[in-house]
Design a protein around this ligand. Structure first.
Ligand code: 26W
Length: 820
């Protein structure tokens, strides 16, 4: 039994103001007259927290009492975005807070802007994790998110001479009002050392791990409030600290300064998020991060969330660990080690339990993004885990041999251990062998996993493979990001859509209602106005809100083909400056880019520089700039997305078919009433099927077509030779027109397109331009365009992450909500 809870502060303006002033005085130690904006923001955040606290404790206690089957989401990344607005929304405090603060002469909007978003992720995979924990809380599912509390999140991007410069993200510097540190629940994790054989009391030969060094994992808890359902789940992020033993030896040797310095070695583990996306860095520190957080999480679940003396043979009844890509896959040998070495299980018994506790989601199709760890590194850092992986592999391959009648080629292909170019552990294979379920993140992606990436495994275990199409949270990406549209929707169909997004269907008839469309356009215009203000204040960029907003925001990667969008811009520039097209005949557009490049990805950084240089020339041209402008605000993040997406008219989703696993930005745009120009790739396929062909601009090669061309030998230069428009665009870039006459500046980019063009930009160029011509024609009819836009909103309810969670619950987790 727990002691009765102190009740939440009173849900009224007076109650709120009292609590806020108390926080300002007693926690911030200041008074209203002297408070800085940051003081007021911190006091506000803590005030809101108080309203959620009793729900949080009750949720935790209920879960402990009921011991239901819980979901543990294991993810190296959570790209959370700002917390304040989401907490205000969940606690139903938006109006009370605005009014209460105003009565004190404070502006909620200004305090909101003081929050630095926790950017603990790179892109799609990290943002997906944040949407999923939001949906799980809102659906009252007993769930916990586990991850890493990076001291520095994704780098801050600035441009110098158009080139990307990275700066550290000091998100904790202003204070961290949303986190709760629990050093008393720290966990010890070992690394390195060696294993030794011994004979157990039962006479059985066993192996045990003698780690060479240890670190402490300190949990930091974050609230994950459900939307007005009385539930608050937990996100638990681990921070690395040095243990005492860590430096004791050096202390004893008498070097105090060295001893203190050595502590930073341990603390480096959670220091910084790796900014590589889709290109694994085989860095030792990264494997340390991965093992660190999953070892802490498993220990935590077993020791803290299960009752004392729980029979671990029944673990699969209580938990499913969802592996967010391969980053947490070392959890599999870790659970085996805990069961076999620490708990005395037999191997088979332990394997039976382990297999039933894990499910694996793959988020990529690029072969180079499939993580491998060299046997040398794995053996040095985690020697016992390597032994366990070898044994898993041995037993698995015996099974393959038996089933295939000794097909040694197949055995080699499926081995968890790759032999070339070096002996290495293939983490995706390990995950696939162990997991109860393996899923892709959109229908096409799951199909390609079955047919290509993991085809041998799908043959062996067809029932293991499933699809769960990604989703996004409607709370953050519609209700909060687009209050205008939310108001319009709620007025029309009530507010049930916020937690039941399929109800957006009820808007369909309104697509044919001229008055509704007019109001929809009004909302879009207001959102553009909001964006104009933000870009002016934040970046000093002037955007004309009267132009079509054509937006491409996502990580910079060759497969996503920002270059294809840029070639469209260059072609428009070329046609206008050559006098082939009159500015009177093209609708005015603003092309907005937002993208960070991995710091070591040279080509991606060249592309960023090229976009900025083309943009500078286009924007400075007296004629061209009347109908075409390029805006590339630096440091695209969740906060920028929240003002950019609701303002967009056109959503660019133009990856080469078969390369983008799903995309989730595509869903956010459609839900906010932008039309998509896109390839038949990832979740675009499902978006187009749902919104209808007439309301989607499809272009480009299909996946089978692209594969066939690659197979036959792709020759990009033939497209250059045969397409005069394309030739002129590339020649223009190569001529130095965008680099003050310097012909060498972007030579590597052009040369790569002509010689290799791995992602078939040139092959899709003409189809893309034709599709953009269809966009222009459609945009010329505002009524028809807004009809399509409304239909995009009405038919995109499927892309709620609540639906993704229902699919995981049914197809993968076999768990249920536990409403309060
Ligand atoms: C370090 C190596 C590394 C890092 C990140 C390899 C792979 C990744 C991720 C899997 C990349 C990623 O974020 N994938 C994206 O996941 C989204 C959510 O499922 C999808 O919508 C995107 O299509 C996919 O690119």
């Amino acid at each position: 039994e727990t002691t009765p809870l102190i009740t939440s502060p009173e849900h009224s303006v007076e109650g709120f103001v009292r609590e806020f002033l108390r926080e300002l005085n007693f926690t911030q130690g200041t008074v209203l007259e002297r408070a800085t904006t940051n003081d007021a923001y911190l006091a506000l955040a803590r005030t809101v927290r108080h309203y959620l606290m009793s729900r949080w404790i009750e949720t935790t206690v209920d879960h402990y009492r009921a011991q239901p089957k819980a979901v543990a989401y294991l993810s190296a990344e959570y790209l959370l975005g700002r917390q304040l607005d989401n907490a205000l929304l969940a606690a139903d405090l938006e109006e009370i807070a605005a009014e209460g603060l105003a009565s004190l002469g404070l502006d909620l909007a200004e305090l909101r802007d003081a929050e630095v978003e926790p950017g603990l992720g790179n892109g799609g995979l990290g943002r997906l994790a944040a949407c999923f924990v939001d949906s799980l809380a809102t659906m009252s599912v007993p769930a916990i998110g586990y991850g890493i509390r990076y001291e520095y999140g994704i780098f801050r991007q600035r441009f110098a001479g158009g080139r990307q410069v990275e700066e550290p993200d000091t998100w904790l510097a202003g204070g961290a009002p949303w986190e709760f540190a629990h050093p008393e629940h720290a966990v010890t994790v070992g690394f390195g050392g060696h294993t030794e054989k011994y004979t157990g009391d039962d006479g059985v030969e066993r192996s045990r791990w003698v780690p060479g060094w240890q670190v402490l994992g300190v949990p930091y808890n974050y609230m994950v409030p459900g939307y007005r359902n009385g539930r608050v789940n937990t996100l638990r992020l681990w921070s690395a600290r040095a243990t005492h033993a860590f430096d004791l030896q050096i202390f004893n040797e008498g070097d105090y300064v060295d001893a203190v310095r050595s502590r930073t070695f341990a603390e480096n583990i959670s220091k910084v998020l790796y900014p590589e996306d889709s290109t694994p860095q085989g860095k030792e520190l990264r494997l340390q991060q991965q093992y660190f957080f999953v070892a802490c999480s498993i220990r935590d679940f077993v020791d803290q969330l299960l009752p004392a003396g729980f029979d671990l043979r029944r673990l699969p009844e209580r938990i499913v660990f969802q592996l967010n890509d391969t980053h947490p896959v070392v959890a599999i040998p870790e659970l085996m080690r805990v069961l076999v070495d620490d708990e005395g299980f037999g191997w088979d018994e332990a394997w039976d339990v382990t297999r039933r506790c894990f499910a694996y989601t793959c988020h990529t199709l690029l072969p180079e993004a499939l993580e491998v760890w060299s046997v040398e590194l794995m053996g040095r850092l985690l020697p016992r885990h390597l032994e366990i992986i070898y044994r898993i592999n041995e037993e698995f391959l015996a099974q393959v041999r038996e089933r295939s009648g000794g097909d040694e080629l197949l055995v080699r292909r499926m081995s968890i251990i790759a032999e070339h170019p070096q002996r290495a552990v293939r983490m995706a294979f390990l995950a696939t062998v162990a997991a109860t379920r393996v899923n892709g993140v959109a229908e096409l992606h799951s199909q390609l996993l079955r047919d290509k990436v993991l085809a041998d495994f799908a043959q062996l275990w067809p029932e293991k493979f499933t699809n769960v199409t990604n989703g996004v949270t409607p709370r953050r990406f519609v209700r909060l990001a687009n209050p205008g549209l939310s108001g319009l929707i709620t007025e029309a169909i009530g507010d049930g859509w916020v937690t039941d997004l399929d109800r957006l269907r009820e808007l369909e008839p309104l697509a044919d209602d001229a008055e509704f469309r007019r109001r929809f356009r009004e909302v879009k215009a207001a959102n553009k106005g909001r964006l104009v203000d933000v870009l002016r204040r934040r970046d000093g960029i002037e955007v004309d809100p009267g132009t079509m907003l054509d937006v491409m925001v996502k990580r910079l990667h060759e497969y996503k083909r920002q270059l294809l969008k840029l070639l469209h811009v260059v072609t428009l520039y070329d046609r206008i400056t050559a006098g082939e097209v009159s500015v009177d005949d093209v609708p005015a557009r603003t092309v907005v880019f937002g993208a960070k490049a991995a710091p070591g990805y040279v080509m991606a950084k060249e592309i960023i520089a090229l976009i900025n240089h083309v943009g500078a020339v286009v924007n400075a041209h007296p004629d061209v700039s009347t109908v075409l402008r390029v805006a590339f605000p630096a440091n695209y993040d969740v906060t920028v997305a929240e003002t950019l997406i609701p303002a967009a008219d056109l959503s660019e989703q133009i990856s080469l078919a078969g390369k983008e696993a799903s995309g989730t930005g595509n869903m956010k745009f459609a839900l906010n009433g932008a039309l998509t120009i896109g390839t038949d790739d990832g979740a675009n396929v499902e978006i187009r099927r749902l919104v209808g062909d007439d309301n989607f601009f499809l272009f480009g090669l299909t996946e089978p077509e692209a594969s066939a061309i690659a197979e036959a030998g792709y020759r990009p230069s033939s497209y250059y030779e045969e397409n005069p428009g394309l030739r002129r665009a590339l020649d223009l870039v190569a001529s130095g027109a965008f680099s003050d006459g310097d012909r060498g500046a972007f030579e590597p980019v052009v040369a790569n397109l002509l010689a290799e063009d791995r992602f078939m930009v040139l092959a899709d160029y003409q189809a893309y331009l034709d599709a953009q011509a269809r966009v222009e024609a459609a945009y010329a009819d505002p009524d028809a365009w807004s009809r399509s836009a409304v239909l995009n909103v009405a038919r995109s309810g499927f892309f709620s992450s609540d639906r993704s969670m229902r699919d995981y619950l049914d197809r993968v987790w076999h768990a249920r909500p536990l409403p309060g």
